[in-house]
Design a protein around this ligand. Sequence first.
Ligand code: ADP
Length: 668
Amino acid sequence: MFSKILIANRGEIACRVIRTARRMGLKTVAVYSDADAEAMHVAMADEAYRIGPAPVRESYLKIEAILDVAKRSGAEAIHPGYGFLSENERFAEACAAAGVVFIGPPPSAIRAMGGKSEAKALMETAGVPLVPGYHGADQDPALLRAEAERIGWPVLIKASAGGGGKGMKVAASAAEFDAQLASAKRESAAAFGDDRVLIEKYLERPRHVEIQVFADGQGRCVYLFERDCSIQRRHQKVIEEAPAPNLPSEVRRRMGEAAVAAAKAIGYVGAGTVEFLYDPAQGGFYFMEMNTRLQVEHPVTEMITGQDLVEWQLRVASGEPLPVGQDDLTIHGHAIEARLYAEDPDRDFLPQTGTLEHLGFPPCGPHVRVDAGVRAGDAISVHYDPMIAKLIVWDVDRASAVRRMRAALGATQVVGLATNVRFLEGLASHPAFLGADLDTRFIERHRADLLPEPAAAGPRALALAALGVLLDRERTAREAAAASADPWSPWVRTDGWRLNEEARDTLTFRENGEDRLVGVVYRRDGYRLELPGGESVTAGGEFNPGGTLEADLDGVRLSSVWVRQGADITVFHPGGSHRLTLVEPLTGALDQDVPGGRVAAPMPGKIIALLAEPGSRVEKGQPLLVLEAMKMEHTLKAPSAGTLTAYRCAVGDQVEEGNDLVSFEAEG
Ligand code: ADP
């Protein structure tokens, strides 16, 4: 076994690899970009080395810089994690040339599965079933169009070099084909530096079922069953589970054996995933692609098999045989993973950047695992993936596991950035999800039910919000008094605190444009709060170092979290979470309305297409321009009907968040 390994990655996967390495007694070496100098993976590793500036091309993708660190630190092997260099055959080769073990398959196996088109050709010869389509080398647009006609609409255009749903576009009819092809090619060229595509029949209601395989250097290969990753948004996985609900054991076995055959056909070694589309109506399954690395969703397989796949990777890479054979592997219970992202479901899931002011997760144990790569105070930047953490739950059966997931999501607290947690809760509570009625268009179909309007803050939430404000003022007053050595400083008096007679005040909280008033009576022994609806409670409590508020409302103790950012107050309590704006009479109300008629860049990025004619009238929702940011294309639309007077940007412009991109006159 190695004594020291380098992890050529960041975030949650780097932390997850370090955890297993440490348990096995291995020393760990982290690498980091300037943006990550204080990151969690750097803090966790035994040693850490800077490899360059924030952009990935200048740091996490720099092969020479990483190999140089391996040499300087004396690491004997490199774990690439997922993404970045994990499926880069040149990196695997360069490791070998430098005398460092690449913890992954041989370069030839990466190459064989590297392009989706080549992989499909190879699997066709190996007798693995494929979705009807075209995956030839000839990329003449007229030929691609003719192939699409032959396959029959709708078709899916995919980047041959693709991954992560990028460069993938559906063309529902001949009329859409050219535009979708152009967009797939642009996205693919930007993300992978390669604009070749393949075309597949777009299946209407498939499930995404993938098989985890593992091979050692002695020629043995096993499958660790399947994961169902049908809950996807824009072809990206959101929730994954193992085993796949209602998968007949005979299909499981055939799929597992096909996956092992695929791995063997390319001389595979290490952890790999063979992805299939599964058609439950016909019982058929079709090869999509093989990922020659550890997957984001590997924890659900670990939970149901009781194995540590990173430990397996380290053992196999050091030359050991697989720890167990196929017959030793069994499925135990049910596991579900949800990906927590910094993205705003109310703004078409736009990735969010900023600081995690507060981060709270459910306690971990045999039923709950949290794989995170960030802590409170860390930033989510434009440079990297906006995933905050993965929540993984396990229980004896699916229904219990779903309940665990709902509880885990309910106990997840993020302040500072919008996240998809409410959307995940919507998914985990949806009757069709509970009924395991899954397919890859689940989210599209149930979209309207998945983002229920949050309930308005009830009296208890308002009482907690108000109590936090009062205790926070008290603390400020105490600190100010201590600093001025004057126990009767004006700070103390204006708040009425410690005055002999009772003083009154009103706190105004704004929620979704509505003002909610809380009357405050200052008393010698605490506060009395008069809540909307006529209820009134005595309130007291204190802040704990971890940011929690131990409240006492009419003698009932409540553990909650109260976080303030400027005028925004977020309260988490056992009944839910609320974000309220404190309207301070002195500073005036904060007007949060976005001025009508503005189209501003939601994040830094590059303008890649202008879609309307300047001076023309546009409908509400009409696409105006395409912004490429975080390797994805985002279409910005007209906020209302009106006239597009002029564009304030040109194709190729790099724009900053908040830049006005068009001059627009709204109608009416
Ligand atoms: P990527 O490598 O970008 O993740 P995949 O080829 O793995 O792309 O496909 C991602 C997802 O896109 C699949 O899980 C599935 O939901 C959908 N998809 C892929 N191919 C098809 C198809 N032919 N018909 C319908 N959906 C598909």
